[in-house]
Design a protein around this ligand. Structure first.
Ligand SMILES: Nc1nc2c(ncn2[C@@H]2O[C@H](COP(=O)(O)OP(=O)(O)OP(=O)(O)O)[C@@H](O)[C@H]2O)c(=O)[nH]1
Ligand SMILES: [Zn+2]
Length: 311
């Protein structure tokens, strides 16, 4: 009887893609891999069979390189429509677990509405947002911060951490959140994304997103994404900015679903395509009037609603 030969496949994560070659992180090691010749792409709408963030099964060759035998199903992805072939998706990065939405109340004072846009973009892309209030060493008057925490933490239900890249406060909490996950850092310019990444892992050269508030466009419009491995486990992904992916193409009646505290009311609106503005018998507006939905969040919702289609 011939014994069936079992090949041992190792599970890894693609950290960067270069045409037909890929760097795959397997444990602490990085392996250069090629794609198996006749590997079929399950995801037929995508232009790129393997991108940074893909979880893959790799066969290690004797020469120390590897062959990607299988790409596991992506649970989310950031993509652009392929130029000239709109039905195709040009995937930038796959399998992002969470977005660290960094904000600050001093230097700069980030408008709540700016944070809302990033939160909506994350929700839209099926990426869990976690709010990081940085530069807490600069806060003298905590009233607005506590107000913010009450709204976004208690009312909306987001996880919030407070950090200072300067003093190191909260950095352990941040590490705990990043451990074992693939994360992106987003936030207005100057809030300290780079400083935070440097505090958690000195020497990482990560491109972070959402630079300009005015244009709404990231400075880095790269289509090339890299994952950076964290020595304590996990990855940080470069991102050209999730906002860019987030808000374009959202339908007006869809937006409310990206405000988590609206969700449980939406079903009770009279009209199934209610935009929660001018319509009668709107359960979201009722919740607003009775104080269950915060006024500032609702105003933000209306602002974003009015800006849809203008990007
Ligand atoms: N006091 C204080 N300063 C900080 C903190 N975090 C960052 N900074 C400073 O804030 C400035 C901006 O920090 P960056 O890390 O460059 O901010 P960024 O979000 O990466 O900015 P962009 O690259 O423009 O998107 C730098 O001078 C940092 O030293 C903090 O927690 N406390
Ligand atoms: Zn409504």
């Amino acid at each position: 009887m011939v014994e069936e030969k079992k090949e041992e496949l190792l599970l890894g994560k693609v950290i960067s893609a270069h045409g037909t070659g890929f760097y795959v992180q397997i444990g602490e090691d990085v392996l250069f891999c090629k794609l198996r010749g006749k590997m079929r792409l399950k995801d037929k709408v995508s232009t790129s069979p393997v991108v940074a963030g893909d979880n893959v099964k790799v066969r290690v060759l004797e020469d120390g390189t590897g062959v990607i035998e299988e790409v596991l199903e992506r649970y989310n992805k950031l993509y652009r429509r392929a130029v000239g072939r709109r039905e195709l998706e040009h995937v930038i990065v796959a399998n992002i677990d969470q977005a660290i939405v960094v904000t600050s109340f001093n230097m700069p004072h980030v408008p709540w509405g700016f944070v809302d846009r990033l939160l909506v973009a994350s929700e839209r892309n099926n990426i869990k947002p976690i709010i990081c209030i940085n530069k807490i060493d600069l806060i003298e008057d905590w009233r607005e911060v506590n107000d913010f925490i009450k709204v976004y933490g208690k009312k909306v239900g987001y996880e919030i951490i407070k950090t200072s890249a300067e003093t190191g406060e909260g950095i352990e909490d941040l590490k705990e959140i990043l451990k074992g996950k693939t994360s992106v850092f987003v936030g207005q310019s100057g809030v300290g994304k780079s400083a935070l990444i440097n505090a958690i892992e000195p020497g990482l050269d990560v491109v972070t997103g959402e630079v300009s508030e005015k244009t709404g466009k990231g400075r880095h419009t790269t289509t090339h994404t890299e994952l950076h491995w964290l020595s304590f486990g996990g990855f940080i992904a470069d991102t050209p900015g999730i906002k860019e992916f987030g808000l374009a193409g959202i339908e007006k009646e869809e937006l409310g679903f990206y405000f988590p505290e609206f969700r449980k009311y939406i079903d009770n609106c009279k009209f199934s395509n209610c935009t929660h503005t001018h319509e009668p018998d709107c359960a979201v507006k009722d919740a607003l009037y009775s104080g269950k939905i915060d006024k500032r969040r609702y105003m933000s919702y209306v602002n974003i609603l009015n800006s849809l289609g203008q990007d």
